[in-house]
Ligand binder design. Structure first.
Ligand code: URA
Ligand code: SF4
Length: 234
């Protein structure tokens, strides 16, 4: 008897590209779809040529994100603005200067952070990204988070808050730390909102001090844990 197999090329590609992997986060087993040999460079090159939503037709440059895979903190904003679209880098305009200054005051070094946005291409006239655009862009952000596995994600403003955590009002929740699916998040206002608002600027700066303290607290606790397991073993 002759047997014939028909291979669906799309299914084959999906199976080679993705593999289900069990990762352990803080003692909990979590199954994730991860891409074999994924890297921040690979994501960046996909983003740069991405045709997946209508923002691809109006962007000058896509803005994948900036920072090292070893970053402890991820900052997530809304979308690239005019300067970011021109340069292909996140937070390089007025909001970026506020972010840089606040990080410096709080002792957060650029080498410690990865900075990106909910959508990687600029919406025309800096409008809020549409739901379909956020959904189309989400896998890139999820892959960046999986690769970096940051100790904490700093949510900047309402768009990131609602897209990532389903939150409603960042002003009501800012300064808080929340945990979802074993990932820690720190909530704060968007630095663009602090450009013409001195009060909000000092709120933002205070929040980044709190974020810096939280990172130190997490690292001390993790050092304590590894010392404890070393003492138990020896
Ligand atoms: N605002 C954002 O949300 N992201 C940027 O990269 C710049 C301004
Ligand atoms: Fe692709 Fe995201 Fe840019 Fe849309 S915003 S074109 S999904 S990279």
């Amino acid at each position: 008897m002759r047997m014939s197999f028909r291979v669906n090329p799309v299914c084959l590609w999906v199976n080679i590209y993705f593999c289900k992997t069990v990762v352990t986060i803080e003692g909990h087993k979590v199954t994730r779809n991860v891409i074999q040999n994924d890297s921040l460079e690979r994501i960046a090159s996909e983003v740069i040529g991405c045709p997946l939503c209508k923002l691809s037709r109006t962007r000058k440059n896509a803005v994948p994100g900036q920072g090292q895979v070893s970053a402890k903190i991820m900052f997530i904003g809304e979308a690239p603005g005019k300067n970011e679209d021109l340069k292909g880098k996140p937070f390089v305009g007025a909001a970026g200067r506020i972010l840089d200054q606040a990080m410096e005051k709080a002792g957060i070094d650029r080498s410690m952070v990865f900075i990106t946005n909910v959508v990687k291409c600029r919406p025309p006239s800096n409008r809020i990204p549409d739901e379909d655009e956020r959904i189309a862009c989400r896998p890139y952000l999820q892959r960046q988070i999986s690769l970096i596995s940051p100790k904490i994600i700093c949510i900047l403003g309402n768009t990131a808050y609602s897209s990532i955590l389903g939150g409603k009002s960042i002003t009501a929740s800012r300064g808080k730390i929340v945990k979802k699916d074993s990932q820690r998040y720190f909530l704060t206002v968007h630095p663009a909102a602090a450009i013409y608002n001195r009060g909000l600027r000092s709120v933002f700066e205070k929040d980044l001090f709190k974020l810096s303290d939280e990172i130190k607290r997490i690292e001390n606790a993790q050092q304590g844990d590894s010392l404890l397991s070393y003492t138990k073993k020896s």
